[in-house]
Design a protein around this ligand. Structure first.
Ligand code: SF4
Length: 154
């Protein structure tokens, strides 16, 4: 499954903080995503390839609501100068609780790619709907670049 999905809006305005209702709604979406992924039967092979963007030549995108949720816990921008995720440490994800939808639905086992893509699209639509009912503008951005300071986002 490719995670290169065209950005729908790459606005560069500062992101507003999430309200309580949005936060709870997003957490409930993630809970249901994880449940469906678990029910699909796909297993993590613990190879760490899914987060190795250079090796796998893929770009992870995330929506503004998801980025807001992550930035609540990590308010300081990362000064990463690589394409790799700052939460990927020694081959493991250290931010599983707030990782975005794209991370939750991407596995090395290609036998599940259609099923996982379907789960991704279903919940991405829900997240987009959630954003449209919130005051923060919707955007869909390359995940790692969005975590950097704005002047590095070129
Ligand atoms: S947030 Fe976690 S799962 Fe997602 S790319 Fe970063 S290290 Fe990997």
């Amino acid at each position: 499954m490719s995670r290169k999905i065209n950005p729908l809006d790459t606005g560069n305005e500062p992101q507003a903080a999430l309200g309580d209702a949005e936060r709870k709604a997003l957490e409930e979406i993630y809970r249901r995503v994880d449940e469906e992924v678990e029910q699909s039967g796909v297993k993590c092979w613990l190879r760490g390839d899914c987060c190795d963007f250079e090796k796998m030549d893929h770009t992870l995108y995330a929506s503004s609501v998801e980025l807001d949720y992550l930035k609540e816990k990590h308010p300081e921008p990362f000064s990463a100068d690589s394409v790799l995720c700052p939460f990927w440490e020694e081959g493991l994800c250290v931010e599983r609780e707030r990782r975005p939808l794209g991370c939750r639905t991407y596995f090395c086992d290609g036998n599940y790619s259609e099923q996982l893509q379907s789960i991704y699209e279903k919940y991405h639509a829900e997240i987009r709907e959630l954003a449209q009912h919130s005051k923060s503008p919707y955007s869909y951005e390359p995940f790692v670049a969005a975590l950097r300071p704005r002047h590095d986002n070129t």
